[in-house]
Design a protein around this ligand. Structure first.
Ligand SMILES: [Zn+2]
Length: 62
């Protein structure tokens, strides 16, 4: 096998979960809304990170 270890798999699973949640937010029309304080997220922030679920006021959740 290759160099993949449990950490690599965990990182991939985290990314997949983030993609799933981003797609779900797109489906329900909440994609551009901060999941914590419900304000719109800047387009520039979403361009920098399309999987962003929260505005920059919550860096610990990014
Ligand atoms: Zn927020």
């Amino acid at each position: 096998m290759s160099d993949f270890n449990n950490e690599s798999v965990a990182a991939i699973e985290t990314t997949l979960n983030d993609v799933d949640r981003a797609l779900e937010r797109l489906r329900v029309g909440a994609y551009r809304t901060c999941q914590v304080c419900n304000i719109p997220i800047d387009d520039a922030e979403l361009v920098a990170n399309p999987l962003l679920a929260n505005c920059p006021a919550h860096p610990e959740l990014a």
